[in-house]
Write a protein that binds this ligand. Sequence first.
Ligand code: MLT
Length: 318
Amino acid sequence: MRLLIASSVDGEALEKLQRDHEIVDARGCAPERLAEMGTGCDAIIFRSGVQITADVMRRSNRLRLLIRAGSGCDNVDLDYVHRQAIEFVRIPEPGARAVAELAFALMLSLARQIPQADALLRKGRWAKSELEGFLLRDKVLGIIGCGNIGACVGEMGAAWGMEVQGCVDEPSPAVANRLAQRGIRLANFDKVLEEADFLSIHVPLLESTRNLLDSAALRRMKRGAFLVNLARGGVVDERALLEVLQSGHLRGAGLDVHEREGEGAISGLASLPQVLLTPHIGASTRDTQKEIGRRIVQIIRARSEEPRLDDAVAAPAK
Ligand code: MLT
């Protein structure tokens, strides 16, 4: 198969793919170049940070498989995928634990002001009396979106002695029961929003979730609460967030995802010391990417063993 590699893939997996397939390495390419390089490719392998547009897919007259090496689908033209009946395989499970652990890293860093402590100490300031923090134990952890990742964050919160409340798009007794087994109490969006001391966002970016956390929603959060977003930048209105943080209504925010991402993009929130910013590294642990790489190799192996349609046509008749 001819494989277009549009994002970073685990090195070992890449070596294995290279042994049996033709690799077109488009990592870091500009969008127009990505479309050109896709010509004649059978499959595209990608993460977030690249746009898999209709144009990119159209250039390849052979494209039959898309592998999303992760979870989100907001960077793919899904209408085109469905219209052309291109097979679309996601690998969402391995990233859940990594994203959940980063959510905790952000919550703990915010609660204990770790970046500020580190920065002051490097300047010779012994700011022990200024750096009083908060425990996570007994605080309300609100989870917006208790799917694969959100439920993992909730389960970890319960293990830390937090009171965990979560909301989902389609609540039902079965969902409530499944979440309860992981220590998460199902509640509605308003209750989760208003009662959380730490609010963690885990919904995909859709038209219905764009700016879900707008100015009105952010103002309904508890005074002094912390917000962490490891879902997608467009789910939180960054301008509104800047205002509620500047007014002191929210105490701090940790953001792994941003309205504008990529080299040179600096968030408008970067001016605030109570904001922690990371460059969309939720799923970027070696362990996670190794597992995703292993699954990519498996998927490609299985598909390349299937006969292609043109081979079937070319087969001699008896
Ligand atoms: C995902 O949706 O899986 C994450 O954003 C990770 C990524 O693709 O970088």
